[in-house]
Design a protein around this ligand. Structure first.
Ligand code: C2E
Ligand code: CA
Ligand code: CA
Length: 497
C-alpha cells in the first residue's frame, strides 16, 4: 500500500508539471485516483477492526479479572495482587493485611425482595465500600455477598480501628423497593507474613477469621491458628499433610504407663503430634485416618519407629532403658515389608527388642485377621511384644483372639471412664481382665483420670494403668526429666537395700 501511495504522489506531481495530458496519462491518473480511494477505505477498515479487536481483548481480560455486577476485581485478580504483594515483601519487607467483609443474612434479602433487589443491594454496597476505602486500597468482590480488601501498611494503619470505622460506615440502611433495610457485616482479617505463606492461605484465613467472628457473634476477628482446624476440610488437610510429610513436621509425645507390680519400670506410649505453630497441633485422631486414605501412613509409621528407636538408643547411652509402646495402623499390618524394616532398625541401633511393644487396634486386627496373624507372627519372632489396643470396640471372637500372638490387652477408655458408676462396664472390665489373664496376657486400663478409679482398677487385678491421673502425654524434654527422676529414685532405693 505504501508503494501505491508513493507512486500516486510521484504521478500527481508529474501531472501537475505536465501542461498537456494524454489519454494514457488520464487513464493512469484515474487508476491512481480509484486506487487511492480504495487504499483509504482499506486503511480505515483495518484500523477500525484493530481498534475493535483491541477493545474486545481488553473487555475479555477485564471480564476475566472483574465481577460483572459491581465492576470490582474478582477473586482471581485479588489472588494475583496478593501474590504481587508477597513477592514485593522480599525486597520491601512491607507487611499487609487482608480483610474479608461478609454481609450478614444476605440470603434473607434475596428471599424477601427477590434476586434483582439482591443484586441492587450488592451494587449499592460495593459503591459504599468503594467510597470508603482509599484510592490505593485494593478492593475485590470474592464471592456472592463477600468483599475483600488489602490494607498495605498495617503498621501505620491501626487495623482493628480501621475495621471498626469501616463497619460503622457500612452498617447503615439501604433502600430496597422503597424500604429501608438494615445491613450488618462481619469482617475477618489475616496478616502477611504471620498467618500464611501463600495468597490462597492468607485469603482463606481471613475467611476463617470471619467465620470465627460469626460463630462467637462479634463484628470482626483477626485470624487465630486455633480456629483453623475447624474450617479446613479433609482435602485441604490432606494437602497440608503432604507438605508436612515432605519435612516430616511431626513430634513425638510420651505418655507414662504405671506398671502396678513393677513400679520401678518405666513404660511410655509414644503418641504422634502434628504441630501447626502457635502452640496448637492436629490430633492424630484427625490426621491418621487421612494418612491411611492417602497411603502416607507407612512413611509415618516408619518415621515414628525410627525416631523412637533412635531415642531408645540415646536413653540407653545415659543408662536408662524404658519400655516403649508404638501404635500401628491397619495398613501396617497388611504390609509385609514392615517386619524386615523393623528388624534392620533394631540391629542398626542395637536395641533389645523386648523394650518395644507394638499396639494394633482390635478393629484393624479384625479387618483381615488371617493377614494380620501372618504379619504379627513374623514381628513377634523379632522378640517384640504385641498389644491389642481399644479392646472391646472391635468385635473380635474368642477363637481369633486365642490364635493371635498377643501379649497384652488394652481396655478401651469408653469402658473404663465410667466404671465406678456403670455396672455393665464394670462387668465388662472384670471379665476382660479374667479373659486376658486366661490367655496369659497382661491388661492395661486406658483413660484413668482419677485416683479412685486407678485404685479400684488395681484392686481388681489390672496390671497397668494409663491416663491423666498417672501422667499426661509429655514432650521429649519432659519425658526425659520423668525418666531421670524414676532412675534416681530406683538408684536411691537400690543403694539403701
Ligand atoms: P490411643 O492409642 O488409644 O492413645 C491414647 C489416646 O488417649 C491419646 O490421644 C491420649 O492422649 C489419650 N489419653 C490418654 N490418657 C487419657 C485420659 O486419661 N483421658 C482422656 N480423655 N484421654 C486420654 P492422642 O494422643 O490424641 O491419640 C489418639 C489416637 O491416635 C491414639 O489412640 C492412636 O490410636 C492414634 N495414634 C497416636 N499416635 C499414633 C502413631 O504414631 N501412629 C498411629 N498409627 N496412630 C497413632
Ligand atoms: Ca495406643
Ligand atoms: Ca487406646
Amino acid at each position: 500500500m505504501l508503494g501505491f501511495v508513493l507512486g500516486y504522489v510521484v504521478f500527481t506531481a508529474y501531472m501537475a508539471m505536465t501542461p498537456k495530458v494524454s489519454v494514457i496519462e488520464f487513464i493512469v491518473s484515474m487508476v491512481f485516483f480509484g486506487g487511492g480511494i480504495f487504499c483509504v477505505m482499506i486503511f480505515s477498515v483495518v484500523s477500525q477492526s484493530m481498534e475493535r479487536i483491541a477493545f474486545a481483548e481488553f473487555q475479555q481480560r477485564h471480564n476475566e479479572s472483574h465481577d460483572s455486577l459491581t465492576g470490582l476485581p474478582n477473586r482471581r485478580f485479588l489472588l494475583q495482587t496478593i501474590n504481587q504483594h508477597i513477592s514485593d515483601f522480599e525486597t520491601t519487607q512491607q507487611r499487609f493485611a487482608v480483610a474479608t467483609v461478609d454481609i450478614n443474612n444476605f440470603n434473607h434479602i434475596n428471599e424477601i425482595f427477590g434476586h434483582q433487589a439482591g443484586d441492587s443491594v450488592l451494587y449499592q454496597y460495593s459503591e459504599r465500600l468503594r467510597e470508603f476505602v482509599e484510592q490505593d486500597i485494593f478492593l475485590a468482590r470474592t464471592s456472592g455477598n463477600r468483599f475483600t480488601f488489602i490494607i498495605t501498611s498495617p503498621e501505620t494503619t491501626n487495623v482493628t480501628q480501621y475495621i471498626e470505622t469501616i463497619q460503622a460506615y457500612l452498617d447503615h440502611p439501604l433502600t430496597i423497593n422503597d424500604h429501608d433495610v438494615n445491613l450488618t457485616s462481619t469482617v475477618g482479617v489475616a496478616l502477611y507474613p504471620e498467618h500464611g505463606a501463600t495468597a490462597e492461605d492468607i485469603l482463606k484465613r481471613s475467611e476463617i477469621a470471619m467465620y470465627s467472628a460469626k460463630r462467637i457473634q462479634v463484628p470482626y476477628a483477626v485470624y487465630e491458628a486455633a480456629s483453623y482446624r475447624q474450617f479446613y476440610d479433609k482435602v485441604e488437610l490432606a494437602q497440608m499433610l503432604q507438605v508436612a510429610m515432605e519435612n516430616m513436621d511431626f513430634d513425638l509425645y510420651f505418655q507414662p504407663v504405671l506398671n502396678v507390680n513393677k513400679t520401678h519400670k518405666t513404660t511410655f506410649e509414644v503418641l504422634i503430634r502434628w504441630p501447626l505453630g502457635n502452640g496448637c497441633s492436629v490430633s492424630p485422631d484427625e490426621f491418621i485416618p487421612i494418612a491411611e486414605q492417602t497411603n502416607v501412613i507407612q512413611q509415618i509409621t516408619r518415621w515414628v519407629l525410627k525416631k523412637t528407636i533412635t531415642q531408645l538408643a540415646e536413653w540407653s547411652e545415659k543408662g536408662m532403658s524404658p519400655h516403649v509402646q508404638v501404635n500401628l495402623s491397619v495398613k501396617d499390618i497388611e504390609d509385609d515389608s514392615l517386619e524386615p524394616f523393623l528388624s534392620q532398625l533394631l540391629k542398626d541401633y542395637t536395641i533389645d527388642p523386648s523394650q518395644l511393644t507394638l499396639e494394633i487396634t482390635e478393629t484393624s486386627m479384625m479387618q483381615n485377621p488371617k493377614k494380620a496373624q501372618t504379619v504379627l507372627e513374623k514381628i513377634k519372632k523379632l522378640g517384640v511384644s504385641l498389644s491389642i489396643d481399644d479392646f472391646g470396640t472391635g468385635f473380635s471372637s474368642l477363637s481369633i483372639l486365642s490364635n493371635m500372638p498377643i501379649d497384652e490387652i488394652k481396655i478401651d477408655r469408653s469402658f473404663v471412664t465410667d466404671l465406678l458408676y456403670s455396672s455393665n462396664h464394670e462387668a465388662i472390665v472384670r471379665s476382660t481382665i479374667y479373659l486376658a489373664h486366661s490367655l496369659e496376657c497382661s491388661v492395661v486400663a486406658e483413660g484413668v483420670e482419677t485416683e479412685a478409679l486407678g485404685q479400684y482398677l488395681m484392686s481388681i487385678g489390672c496390671d497397668k494403668i494409663q491416663g491423666f491421673w498417672y501422667g499426661r502425654p509429655m514432650n521429649l524434654a519432659q519425658a526425659d526429666t520423668w525418666l531421670r527422676d524414676v532412675h534416681m529414685i530406683n538408684h536411691r532405693v537400690a543403694s539403701q537395700n
